[in-house]
Design a protein around this ligand. Structure first.
Ligand code: C2E
Ligand code: MG
Ligand code: MG
Length: 575
């Protein structure tokens, strides 16, 4: 071992491929003098080189060009099979120019003759620096490649990688005949989390969901984020029973409270399941079918659903409608019709109910049954309801004192969970100088049951503003009159299914007792769906306050309804 001549500072592990011990010492001495603290091993055969490479990590190789039992170019070739990047420098006696060129072509980094040893240290400095740059560039490239295939927020595989893996899984399942299932999952009400708690909280939720998914599934399963709040799970070697059990497990796991920014949230999701080969034999088809099944699951109010061909057509339409719905708001494709509400004893029109319609560019006029639920699921209801409110208040300006009317607008459960709703309504009224009592909001009873505390808060605020509140479709939900007593509501609308029944001699008892109890609670009662003179007469006899329905008037454009009301009120109580 040579003794260092100066105090060396930079550690350097050198592999010396050199037959002569003296020449090796010469190299080491130069390096040490150049400021390196050298650790080296000298080898002179392929076997020894292999052993040295196996034995440790090296910063650099220096090789003689010609040795009795080895050649520099053979050494270089061998080394490149192990480490394509390690700096490699020939240090040799003079050889022909051709040999130098050949050596450089095989991938050596430099060639130094033994008579030019002063060049050695600068050459090594440069090569080590270059090697560092190469390593960093490779790391950056790997990072970029990772980002191209992974989602930056959750670090899960992205849609591209999922697609690749799914293709591989399909091929594997073909080959082995083993089952394969694909799950597509979408979080319910994620938009609400984003809207009410902010994007930061939304991001946190996605990260937590991602780690729960990873934690719940097996290592062979792929968990990917498709974008937004959509995830996909590939379950290889898993049949339908296994997939259903996994879906249930995932849903349960997500329901465990999540703590985000100090708040505790419960997350629910809908999962669609598609299986290979029953539902599709390609990655694309499986993804599409799982997506459709996911929509089915949402329609079934959460949980999971397995793809079913017979429900596909209908779902396809829903999926298309869901995408159209977003642009419909921007393109102002909605309009309102109004159905008059008649005070039974006086025969005067006391209000109109605004009913939204969608003028779809391809499908024509659509009724709320076709899109309200979708609007709720996609969160678009938060934009739709204010739009309906604006239109309704614009079309029935409060200015005409000869026609004091209440404008009723239907409000969805999602709207009640929006803490800004009361302020927004206040602003709406104020902008038009309208009075709060001229507005009634209709709320179906199940809404209130889904989040009683939150709904109660919003309802109380609205009530204190003076807005009238009505329970819509009463009788179809689970709430008792006793429960409703605790709500700050003014009015109860008996669902049309009971009212229609009156005409057929049914539901008499229900309708009568509902009217009686409601009056006891200080609520006024409106009957919906009056389709005949006889039913209207019965309702009057039972003491029902008001009614609406086809027999009285169908919903129509504001101008038509306004004329109808003018004519009707001119007749007065006689009608
Ligand atoms: P709803 O609030 O109970 O409205 C009454 C529904 O009964 C309307 O259906 C109306 O056209 C229909 N109707 C009126 N008279 C009769 C009759 O004599 N017989 C029968 N069988 N039906 C009658 P439409 O317009 O299809 O609306 C359906 C539901 O959609 C509404 O039920 C309401 O819950 C919801 N909706 C309507 N507009 C909006 C809205 O702007 N926002 C929200 N969130 N929901 C709305
Ligand atoms: Mg209504
Ligand atoms: Mg109703």
């Amino acid at each position: 071992m040579p003794i260092p001549l100066t105090i060396a500072t930079i550690p350097l592990r050198v592999l010396l491929i050199e037959a002569s011990e003296d020449d090796a010492s010469l190299v080491v001495r130069s390096l040490t003098r150049g400021g390196y603290s050298v650790v080296f091993e000298r080898v002179e055969s392929p076997e020894a080189l292999t052993a040295a490479l196996d034995g440790g990590a090296w910063d650099l190789a220096i090789a003689d060009y010609m040795m009795p039992r080895f050649s520099g170019t053979a050494a270089l070739e061998l080394l490149r099979t192990r480490d394509p990047d390690m700096p490699f420098i020939f240090v040799s006696g003079t050889i022909g120019e051709d040999a130098v060129v050949a050596a450089m072509k095989t991938g050596a980094h430099d060639y130094i003759t033994k008579g030019q040893m002063t060049r050695l240290v600068p050459a090594i400095d440069r090569e080590l620096q270059d090697a560092r740059v190469r390593r960093e560039r490779k790391r950056a490239e790997r990072r970029l490649a990772h980002l191209a295939y992974h989602d930056a927020l959750t670090d899960l595989p992205n849609r591209t990688l999922l697609h690749d893996r799914l293709q591989q899984a399909v091929l594997g399942a073909y080959r082995t005949g083993k089952p394969l299932t694909l799950l597509v999952m979408d979080l319910d009400r994620f938009k609400e989390i984003n809207d009410t708690l902010g994007h930061h909280a939304g991001d946190r939720v996605l990260q937590l969901v991602a780690s729960r998914l990873r934690g719940t599934l097996r290592d062979v399963d792929t968990v990917a984020r498709l974008g937004g709040d959509e995830f996909a799970l590939i379950l290889p070697s898993t049949d339908l029973d296994g997939a259903v059990a996994t879906a249930a497990k995932v849903l349960l796991e997500l329901e465990r409270p999540l703590v985000v920014d100090g708040r505790t949230l419960g997350v629910r999701a809908s999962i669609g399941i598609a299986r290979f080969p029953q539902h599709g034999a390609s990655a694309e088809t499986l993804l599409r079918k799982a997506d459709i099944a996911m929509y089915l699951a949402k329609g079934d109010s959460g949980g999971y659903a397995v793809y079913a061909a017979d429900r596909d057509r209908q779902t396809h339409r829903r999926v298309t409608l869901a995408t159209d719905l977003a642009t419909a708001i921007d393109h102002d494709e909605f309009f309102l019709e109004y159905q008059p509400i008649l005070h039974l004893r006086t025969g005067l029109v006391v209000g109109v109910e605004a009913l939204v319609r969608w003028n779809h560019p391809l499908q024509g006029r659509l009724l709320p049954a076709e899109f309200i639920q979708l609007a709720e699921q996609t969160g678009l209801i938060h934009r739709l309801t204010p739009l309906v409110l604006d239109k309704a208040l614009d079309e029935w300006p409060d200015a005409d004192p000869s026609m004091p009317l209440t404008i009723s607008v239907n409000v969805s459960s999602r709207n009640l969970q929006d803490p800004e709703l009361p302020d927004r309504i206040q602003a709406c009224l104020k902008a038009r100088g309208a009075l709060a009592p001229s507005l009634a909001l209709e709320i179906t009873e199940n809404i209130i049951m889904s989040d009683p505390a939150r709904s109660m808060e919003t309802l109380t605020q609205l009530h204190n503003m003076g807005v009238r509140l009505a329970i819509d479709d009463f009788g179809t939900g689970y709430s008792s009159l006793g429960y409703l007593r605790r709500l700050p509501v003014d009015e109860l609308k008996i669902d049309r299914s009971f009212v229609v029944g009156l005409g057929a001699g049914n539901d008499e008892v229900i309708v009568r007792s509902t009217i009686g109890l409601a009056h006891n609670l200080g609520l006024s009662v409106v009957a919906e769906g009056v389709e005949s003179h006889a039913v209207q007469g019965q309702l009057l006899a039972y003491g029902c306050d008001a009614a609406q329905g086809m027999f009285i008037s169908e919903p129509a454009a504001a101008s038509v309804t306004r004329e109808w009301i003018a004519r009707r009120n001119a007749f007065g109580p006689a009608a």
